[in-house]
Structures are given as structure tokens and as C-alpha cells.
Ligand binder design. Structure first.
Ligand SMILES: Cc1cc2nc3c(=O)[nH]c(=O)nc-3n(C[C@H](O)[C@H](O)[C@H](O)COP(=O)(O)OP(=O)(O)OC[C@H]3O[C@@H](n4cnc5c(N)ncnc54)[C@H](O)[C@@H]3O)c2cc1C
Length: 250
């Protein structure tokens, strides 16, 4: 093991679990000083936050740390904390769901262009961003944003989409996508990392970031098909069995 360096900082060349190389190690008095600085920075930030709330920023937007602590204590004492956590998580999921609707409609319409030149994207009242509308228009796809009142048929075969405005659109076929979002906040409560779509991020064996927790089917990232859900279930079961055997066998 070699040592070098200026006063107060020692570079140590040696071996660690990450291999051989140079590592910086601080003498004990410097560790204490670093910790004291970190604690001081946290205290200064909290003090600045406490001062700003109610003076520089309306407490409606950002409450002070003391007010947050007081409210948390009340919720814990009255048992209301989990109710508020549940409401917040549900609202987060709903946000994911609403954001997904227009994106799904645009994606589905563009995907169907390979089958027909006569495609109309109906969003049933959900707005589209300007760039989404422009992209559809560039690809020759019409958009109808108004709510749909009913689907009309002749002897079970689709004939027209009737809009709430009173207009009707003759159509031969209808494809729809409901988006993909979790039905409950269980995965979030268990600490799972979500992907951009709001479903659980999983590895190739349906493993999640939470040790010993596996997720299969629509709740995870892949395509929404029965065969995909079943295959993921099998993969997860095999991985769980393998992990349990590794724990039990010596
Ligand atoms: C309209 C529609 C058409 C489709 N068409 C096809 C098709 O033609 N071919 C195809 O391969 N796939 C199709 N799919 C997709 C397919 O249905 C899904 O990919 C598949 O069912 C996913 O299986 P899953 O077990 O992950 O979820 P699900 O089949 O949705 O099962 C989840 C279960 O969990 C239950 N559940 C939810 N929350 C809770 C809770 N908090 N507590 C207890 N239980 C709960 C639900 O009631 C449900 O029974 C279609 C889906 C839809 C919506």
C-alpha cells in the first residue's frame, strides 16, 4: 500500500472490493468537520425556507417546515396520514392516465396508417397538443376531439360514430386503446420504480427494484396481450423458484 498527498488529504494506493487503484481517505478530524458542514448547510437551508414561507412566498404554495411538521404530527396522531397518502398516490396515477389518453390515440392512429388511408382519430373530448395535431395532419389523418355520444350499427356491424354535437361519421371499423395504467397504488406503496407510462419498471425476469418482488402482465411495461401476460407470469415463477432454491440450498 502506498501513501502520498498534501497535508490533511491522503491518497492511498491499495486494494478494495472495487479493485486496485487510488482512493482518497480523510483523517478522522476532517470527517468530523465535513459532517459538521453538512449539518450546518441543512440547518441554514431549513432556516431560509422557514423565513421565506409566509414572507417571500405565500404559504399556500410552499408551507414552512414547522407547519409541515405540525400538520404531519396531527395526521399521525389522528390516523389520517394514510388517507392523505392514498389520495395523493391516486391523483398521481390519474395524472398518468389522463396524460396517456391523447398519446395513445395519436399512436394508434399512426399505427393504423399501414392498413388504410382513411383514418380518423377520435379522442372523445380529450385535447391534443398542437404538435400531435400537426403530426396527424402531416400523415393525412383527420382528428375529431368532440365527445362520442354512441356507436351505431346495422345488424351488429358498425355503421356510424355519432358525436354529442349531433354529427355522425360513417365508419366500417373501429379500433380503440384504453391506455395502460395501474388499477391501484399497491406497486407505489411497495416502493416499485415506475416507467414513463406509470407501469412498474421490470427486468428481463419480471424482477423489480424491490428485492423479492416480481411483476407480470399489464401492471408491467410490455405489450398488453394475454400471451405476453401469461409468458411473463411463467418467467416470474421460474425466477422466484430459482431465487428460493438459492436461498434454501447450501
Ligand atoms: C377491451 C380489451 C380488449 C383486449 N383484447 C385483447 C385481445 O384480443 N387479445 C389479447 O391478447 N389481449 C387483449 N387485451 C389485453 C389483455 O386483456 C391483457 O393484456 C391481459 O388480460 C393482462 O392480464 P393481467 O393478468 O396482467 O391483468 P388482468 O387480466 O386485467 O387481471 C388483473 C386482475 O386484477 C384484479 N384487480 C385489480 N385491482 C385489484 C385489487 N386492488 N385487488 C384485487 N384484485 C384487483 C382485476 O379485477 C383483474 O381481475 C384486451 C384488453 C382490453 C381492455
Amino acid at each position: 500500500m502506498e501513501r502520498s498527498g498534501a497535508q490533511g488529504v491522503v491518497s492511498v494506493k491499495g486494494e478494495s472490493s472495487r479493485g486496485t487503484g487510488w482512493y482518497v481517505s480523510l483523517p478522522p478530524e476532517n470527517h468530523a468537520r465535513t459532517l459538521a458542514w453538512r449539518a450546518a448547510i441543512v440547518v441554514i437551508c431549513l432556516a431560509a425556507w422557514e423565513f421565506a414561507s409566509g414572507r417571500l412566498i405565500k404559504p399556500f404554495w410552499i408551507s414552512s417546515p414547522s407547519e409541515i411538521w405540525r400538520q404531519l404530527s396531527v395526521w399521525v396522531a389522528t390516523g389520517q396520514l394514510w388517507l392523505h397518502v392514498e389520495v395523493t398516490l391516486s391523483e398521481t396515477l390519474m395524472g398518468f392516465a389522463f396524460g396517456a389518453i391523447s398519446g395513445v390515440a395519436v399512436g394508434l392512429a399512426l399505427g393504423l396508417k399501414t392498413w388504410s388511408d382513411d383514418i380518423v382519430a377520435c379522442t372523445h373530448g380529450a385535447p391534443l397538443e398542437r404538435r400531435q395535431r400537426e403530426r396527424l395532419a402531416r400523415n393525412g389523418i383527420q382528428t375529431r376531439l368532440e365527445p362520442i355520444a354512441r356507436i351505431e350499427h346495422d345488424d351488429g356491424a358498425l355503421s356510424r360514430i355519432a358525436f354529442a354535437s349531433g354529427e355522425a361519421l360513417p365508419r366500417d371499423a373501429l379500433f380503440f386503446a384504453t391506455g395502460q395504467h395501474p388499477q391501484s397504488s399497491l406497486a407505489i406503496t411497495l416502493g416499485c420504480t415506475l416507467n414513463r407510462r406509470g407501469t412498474v419498471k421490470t427486468g428481463s425476469l419480471c424482477d423489480t427494484n424491490v428485492p423479492r418482488l416480481y411483476v407480470a402482465g399489464d401492471a408491467s411495461r410490455d405489450a398488453q396481450f394475454v400471451v405476453v401476460a401469461a409468458a411473463e407470469g411463467v418467467k416470474a415463477a421460474l425466477a422466484i423458484n430459482k431465487a428460493l432454491q438459492a436461498e434454501e440450498l447450501r
